[in-house]
Design a protein around this ligand. Structure first.
Ligand code: DOR
Length: 479
């Protein structure tokens, strides 16, 4: 079997050029049909010319292939910081980072400075994306409340007309329940979801780290899981009422991190409520023991009975404590919560991965733990972290791809129909899942500082990202 990436355009390796591609024998995963296997894929003038499966059935569905082709990933949650904090990220640098991570569609959160709460700001974000030359699709959320101040609704109709894909005050919840209820109803009438950051602010003032052993030992102020699950429960209770009057109301809960939150959503879905949710790679794979200096994956920190192991007793602390790169909202949780997120992914309670790519400048990040801005700029390391779950035998590769493509597409109606339909524009990522790469400042495109995986080797080097038929990223050695 020959396996080759041949980007054969004569125009050279410039970003944005229309791609011709002849991939023979790579492992293709098509979540739109549920099929995977070795295949030949031909792209001509940016359009899928043919996909020819080399074996009958699902090709044995083995996960141990090297070169993998999947539809381009869709990120439901990224912070691109423009306008207002271009030292941390610009739309151009964020889209370059996305392409390096295999993402071809990025939904940008509106917590910029000022926040994206008017149509003109949506247009400015689009113009910056176009000016960047990146073919990665930028989709925008509008703020749910004016100025994200949580006092009155943003002009939702104006923002909808401007093409936003939903409304969110992410970074903050919509704290006032009555306002949240109205936001759900009005957004629903416009056919758009509310994307809520579930956090009960009454429980998180000054909070620094997941309320647990690590926070106690490190002297960090605890951030209870109930701060999230009680907000989830409130949101769902309001949704249940709002859909009586506005059946088109929809709620998407982002970056869920606790077992109790997942269980609330599971029940709500069973009851037929129009709710979807996502989880970040870091909440699946990293845990609060990392704050103390552990560096084992979440699933390695559980004992045979599914209880969290004690990293002190295990002598598992290998790094310095208080790494501010690990400060994130919601905080890294316990291994038991991470396992519950995994269970939610496997049973379909969780619809999608979302990176919550949250870049910060060095001055905002490289400071004392409790003073650091929360956020992990993880859009480039998402695939590698998630492949660690596949390599550990915890998630089938096809489910991983689904939750990066059709999952987010269906949850929020964004990104079209990810797949390889002949005649459609090529939108895909090629990665070598056996090729490990070193995460360091030189390898990353984001301007954001402080990736907690820095210095680690991750599996799944992205070789090529094609968005809308155009080159979005090509690894230097793959050309
Ligand atoms: O860690 C986070 N960072 N969580 C959020 O909800 C907001 C984000 C940011 O904007 O930095």
């Amino acid at each position: 079997m020959t396996t080759a990436v041949e980007a054969t355009s004569a125009a050279g390796a410039s970003i944005g050029r229309v791609v011709d591609l002849d991939l023979s024998g790579a492992w293709c995963i098509d979540p739109s049909t549920g099929r995977q296997g070795a295949a030949d894929l031909v792209v001509t003038d940016g359009v899928i010319a043919s996909l020819t499966w080399l074996e009958a059935g699902d090709g044995g569905a083995t996960d141990d292939q090297g070169l993998v082709v999947a539809p381009g990933f869709i990120d439901l949650h990224a912070h691109l910081r423009e306008p207002g904090n271009e030292g941390a990220e610009t739309i151009a640098s964020g889209l370059a980072a996305a392409a390096h991570g295999g993402f071809t569609t990025v939904c940008a959160m509106p917590n910029t400075t000022p926040p994206i709460d008017r149509a003109a700001m949506v247009a400015a974000a689009r113009a910056a994306a176009a000016a960047s030359g990146s073919p990665v699709t930028l989709l925008a959320y509008g703020a749910a409340t004016l100025g994200r101040a949580g006092e009155q609704l943003a002009p939702l109709g104006e923002l909808a007309d401007a093409g936003v894909v939903g409304f969110s005050d992410d970074g903050s919840p919509v704290h006032r329940a009555e306002l949240f209820r109205n936001a759900l109803a009005y957004a629903g009438m416009l056919g758009l979801p509310i994307v809520d950051h579930p956090e009960n602010l009454d429980l998180t003032a000054g909070a620094e780290a997941n309320d647990g052993l690590a926070a106690t030992v490190l002297g960090l102020k605890g951030w209870p899981g109930a701060a999230e699950s009680s907000a989830v429960a409130r949101d769902l209770a309001l949704l249940a009422e709002v859909v009586q009057d506005v059946p088109s109301a929809r709620l998407h809960l982002t970056h869920l991190s606790t077992a109790a939150s997942i269980e609330h959503v599971r029940r709500a879905k069973t009851a037929g409520l129009p709710v979807t949710c996502d989880v970040t790679p870091h909440h699946l794979a990293l845990t609060d023991e990392w704050l103390a200096g552990a560096r084992r994956w979440a699933w390695e920190a559980l004992d045979a009975d599914g209880r969290a192991r004690d990293p002190w007793r295990d002598a598992a602390l290998v790094a310095a404590p208080y790494d501010s790169a690990l400060r994130v909202n919601p905080p890294l949780r316990s291994p038991v919560d991470a396992r519950a997120c995994l269970a939610g992914l496997l049973d379909g309670t969780i619809d999608a991965f979302a990176t919550d790519h949250a870049p910060h400048t060095e001055v905002d990040k490289d400071v004392e733990f409790g003073l650091a801005k929360p956020g992990i700029a993880g859009i480039e390391t998402a695939l590698g972290v998630l492949l660690e779950l596949v390599d550990a035998g915890l998630v089938p590769l096809a489910r991983l791809v689904e939750a990066l493509t059709t999952g987010p597409a269906r949850a929020l109606g964004v990104g079209g129909n990810p797949g390889f339909a002949a005649g459609s524009l090529a939108d895909l990522v090629v990665f070598d899942r056996t090729d490990r790469w070193l995460v360091d400042a030189a390898s990353l495109r984001t301007r954001g500082h402080g990736n907690p995986l820095s210095g680690r080797q991750l599996p799944g080097r992205v070789l090529l990202t094609v968005a809308g038929g155009r080159l979005a990223f090509e690894a230097p050695e793959a050309g």
